[in-house]
Design a protein. Sequence first.
Length: 242
Amino acid sequence: MRIIVFGATGNTGKRVLAQGIKMGHGMTAFVRNSEKLYDQLGEHSAKHVKVIVDDIMNPVSVRQALVNQDAAMIAAGHAGQGEEFVRIVDNIISQCELEPSFSGRVWVMGGAGSLDIPYTELIGNNLPGFPPEYKNHNRNFERLQRTGLDWSMMCPGTMMDSSEHPEPVHLHVTTDTLPVPMPETIKAYSEAEIAGHLFSRFQELNVAYDDVVMCMLDHLVLGGAFKGKRVGLAYQSKISVS
């Protein structure tokens, strides 16, 4: 499969490239700094990657990069960039929509705060105490809901190196809702109380970059189970729900 990675030198993007190469995919990296990319990949892996060095906000360059690609992995930018982050995602999605040779399978990076909280009609990003910049993920999600593309939004908690979590682990995957158990009584909590409950349990949402990346690369087929879904990941919780 031909896969293009936007933000290919970031913590997530560089792992998508590395794992994609190992899986035998045809990988393309869209970057601002090719030297950084080659330093990260190493000489051997770099031979297996097509590199495009350009401005991610240039619609012409982005659309040309999407020609004949089977999937686009959007790992560029971060919520703290504010309006720029939203414009980056919007530009790539818009060019995916316009390029007729692009198949339409898209992964976009979000965060756990973008997921529904069980037994409520709330998401974390809208709760008191959550950093206001996280709402930029909400705006990207709203943009995805307006497209006809075959998209998924990956919504992990804090990501870490694989060596930082104990083995063995069981990965729990959910669509649209938080991947950790919640007490049904949470529906009677105030928004401030729900926020406090989530803050106390954030560690349960820690997940390794490699597991996040493999989940995305394992779900690239058009019309799959994650089409039009936000995806949550967590390791099997040992903490009581009560």
